[in-house]
Design a binder for this molecule. Sequence first.
Ligand SMILES: [Fe+2]
Length: 412
Amino acid sequence: MVIVPSLKETARRFKESFGDGVTIDGPLASSGAGLRIEGLDLAENLNPQQVECLIDTLAYYRIICIPNQTQPRFDLNHLERFANHWGAPIPHPSNFLRDGKPAQGDWASEGELQFIPLEERAIQSVNKTFPGQLQVLDHTSPAVLIVSNFRGTLDTKTPKPTKVLRVARGGSWHTDIEYEPEPLTVSMFLVHKMPINRESPSRTWVHDPELVEPHIGPYFEGSSELLMKRRKNLPLNGETAFVDTAAAYDALDKKQQQILDRTHVRRRLNTGDTGWLAPLVRTHPRSEIKSLHSPIWASRPRVRPPIEIDGMNAQDSRLFLDEIETHILKSEFRYDHIHQTGDVTIWDNHMTLHNSPPMQINIKSIADARLLYRISVKGTPSLTLPREDHPDWLAKHVTNSYKTDNELLTNQ
Ligand SMILES: [Fe+2]
């Protein structure tokens, strides 16, 4: 049985590593996941003791939030340097093309890879929405994913038809880039701006779109009503919805755990591929906590093929996985994380799932703007920088063998 370090013990370790100014609040989730750690300055270089303290804490608590990393002191270069401690940052597929096609939809292609120049990335349309008021933080790195609910112009001089403000439904439950042979380990958000309007009929930022017009999307038809209800139960103030798959695994009886421990899933990049087998249960190498890694039949409907359980046909695989999804989406394993400007929120992708909430898009008011930056990593943590990933490993698992510029790691 895993003994999780108590809050008191964790706080003692942080004070020893970072000084007496650190305070710890948590757990944030009723499942026991999540800590808020105040009093850290991530613009500073971290020493190995500090890095290890953070990495161990995530290994036990699955999600950690470090507030008050605000501009101009803290920028996206600091975030990428910090990310390097957790693993090798990966260029996000929205920032490059393969064979001239969007990379997210065509990973199997051996075609030529081309990074999208900054002037053609989504950043440009985001920046045109509220000129002079809200601009994406400066960066050039292809590892930065911009997460925003606005990508248009409000310039009245431009004779373009105005898009209609509407509420977009939440996404599907997933972990980030689970579909590669070497899946991501850790992702992190830096929060720039969150919506503050609460003018919907339910006094939330958005009115639940499922109440207005129940809808199956983005899911495939054919899941049980209970599962659909749990999937669609999403926060309405722009929070990120999480599931704690370590707590969900822990709540199963021994026999169920033993079955899942032996279960492998076949993942494929594209329909018709042979694919490869991946364990459904992973054991964290530091905490030895067991968790379910992306136990979702179709976490990216119409983008990646549904997964299959090794030894089962497609239909039985769906039934098996839908049962697990119904279990993990129970309220006791759910946690809606409220974002605040300046938060750096880090989550373990092997021990959690998450989902984007319903949100207003084509917004006209800056009070409705939701803007975050994400960097994700894979591989093992590194207490010191620069990282020393083996070139063969990088070539195999990180697009274009991307590495953060050494200058960014040492020159701040
Ligand atoms: Fe995601």
